[in-house]
Design a protein around this ligand. Structure first.
Ligand code: BES
Ligand code: ZN
Ligand code: ZN
Length: 492
């Protein structure tokens, strides 16, 4: 990631300047222009507003327009129509930097982001968005790709609170980028064993503790979900546990992430189009691991235990079957409805294990159901929980983090669909309300610990293009920032 610095005014030496445009309802307002440019920018048009409007700028959130200023390239980025919140600034700053990066030739650019943000929470969101906009997956190539952005100057009141906010934004952006890197790694390179090695690497030089159970230990320990789902692959399952236990912590938060390094569907195999993006099916695990590292980097005074339930879901002679009955960690039996509903099985084991740590709250993150995408689309994550207080805490955390979440209910109807003729519970219902039945299934494994389930199937991965956000194609790092905010809230 490029370095970022909070500055009062943009530096003289600059390759691109990113300013904002708001649709005030009463015409366009260009904000963040430094004094030196206010007089010259759009002079022939009658001023900055008129110039931007003439060039097609509308102020729509994330819209970018590259214009020429007085010897500097100016990217005008839309801030939307209302008072910008963290979501708007994160997105606009990132879209602006992404648009600026497209202007780069062979040399990386020095850019300034000037969006008229003054409050620390807005500066933090802008810093985070700007850094995420500069992200690019290096890929696995024979020749290294040059960076597009050399450094970022964020314009704002240079006070201590602002500087601290920018530092925090950089920590979170780094965590989000780490999750994105993991999601973007293909499944022939990132599989349970190598993912566990990455978790150990993550903890190096920190006070994080890491424990890994391998396939033999999982089988011996009675982890029937991980063992069944991972059994179809030559690359065995792993359960990764990362702990952050600072002195003086009062609360204990447990995080559980779905770590299916590739989801082919298993014997209930997916059609090609649905399978192609399924290297993303470990995004929940990536989110909880990246989040616990950020929580440690920020020194938050809360105990956090992160679990990553990792397996590869493949069809083979050793694969589990639809109608198999599995005995999960803790002893409950499950009739498997569909081998493509593998996530809830590995999550059940990890949730049951996490409750043994007696956390005050338990939050799981998973690319769990296509049904969540049907319900909420590609950019909104679902939160499901019988605990209204925890739903509120997640929604507040998401607001502060600048991420989109929306509650879905866990209904009696959903619970009733999981009745099995042969086992304690069945893993699947029917197609209707699939995100709800998945949550109702997980509920069987959380004992009486306050618990919330985050389904990030929609926002975890961008298959096509996403020009006007801070996120490029591929993994997005969804939920990382929200989890860090949640921990911050519970630490208070
Ligand atoms: N990993 C998928 C869910 C998914 C779909 C994530 C699209 C991201 C994008 C999950 O394991 C799955 O296949 N779920 C099934 C469950 C069904 C068989 C009950 C689904 O949603 O169709
Ligand atoms: Zn699946
Ligand atoms: Zn899956």
């Amino acid at each position: 990631m490029p370095p970022i610095e909070l500055v009062k005014t943009p530096p003289k030496q600059l390759d691109a300047l990113i300013v904002g445009a708001r649709d005030t309802g009463d015409g366009l307002a260009v904000v963040g222009l430094p004094d030196a440019l206010t007089k010259t920018f759009g002079k022939g048009f009658g001023g900055p507003q008129a110039y931007a409007a003439a060039m097609g700028v509308t102020g729509k959130l994330g819209e970018t327009t590259a214009l020429s200023g007085d010897g500097v390239r100016v990217v005008v980025v839309g801030l939307g129509d209302a008072e910008p919140d963290p979501y708007d600034l994160r997105r606009a700053a990132g879209a602006g930097v992404r648009a600026a990066a497209k202007l780069a030739g062979s040399d990386p650019l020095d850019v300034a982001v000037s969006l008229d943000a003054t409050e620390p929470e807005l500066l933090r969101a802008a810093a985070e968005g700007a850094l995420l906009g500069a992200y690019g997956f290096a890929g696995i190539r024979s020749e290294e790709q040059p960076a597009k952005i050399a450094r970022i100057s964020l314009v704002g009141p240079a006070r201590a609170a602002g500087t601290e906010a920018v530092r925090e934004g950089a920590v979170i952006a780094e965590a989000v980028a780490r999750a994105r890197d993991w999601v973007n790694l293909p499944a022939n390179l990132l599989y349970p064993e190598t993912f566990a090695a990455q978790a150990k690497e993550l903890a190096k030089g920190t006070k994080l503790g890491v424990e890994v159970l391998d396939d033999k230990q999982l089988a011996a320990g009675g982890y029937g979900g991980l063992t069944a789902v991972g059994g179809g692959s030559s690359r065995g399952p792993r359960l990764i546990r990362v702990t952050w236990a600072p002195r003086g912590a009062k609360a204990h938060l447990a995080l559980v992430g779905k770590g299916i390094t590739f989801d082919s569907g298993g014997l209930d195999i997916k059609p090609p189009d649905a399978m192609y993006t399924m290297k993303c099916d470990m995004a929940g695990a990536a989110a909880v691991l990246a989040a616990v590292r950020a929580i440690a980097d920020l020194g938050l005074k809360i105990k956090v235990t992160a679990y990553a339930a990792c397996a590869e879901n493949l069809p083979s002679a050793t694969a589990y079957r639809p109608s198999d009955v599995l005995t999960m960690y803790g002893g409950k039996t499950v009739e498997n409805g569909n081998t493509d509903a593998e996530g809830r099985l590995v999550m059940a084991d990890a949730l049951a294990r996490a409750t043994e740590d007696s956390p005050d709250a338990l939050v799981d993150v998973a690319t769990l159901t296509g049904a969540a995408m049907i319900a909420l689309g590609d950019s909104v994550a679902a939160v499901l929980s019988p605990d209204e207080e925890l739903v509120d805490a997640v929604m507040d955390a998401a607001d502060a983090a600048g991420e989109l979440f929306w509650p879905l209910p866990i209904t009696e109807e959903a619970r009733d669909k999981l009745t099995s003729q042969v086992a304690d519970v069945k893993s699947t219902g029917d197609r209707a309300g699939g995100a709800l039945t998945a949550a109702a299934f997980l509920e069987h494994f959380v004992a009486d610990v306050p618990w919330a389930h985050l389904d990030i199937a929609g926002p975890a991965f961008v298959g096509g293009k996403s020009p006007d956000t801070h996120i490029g194609p591929g993994g997005t790092g969804a939920a990382v920032a929200t989890l860090v905010e949640l921990a911050r809230g519970l630490a208070r």
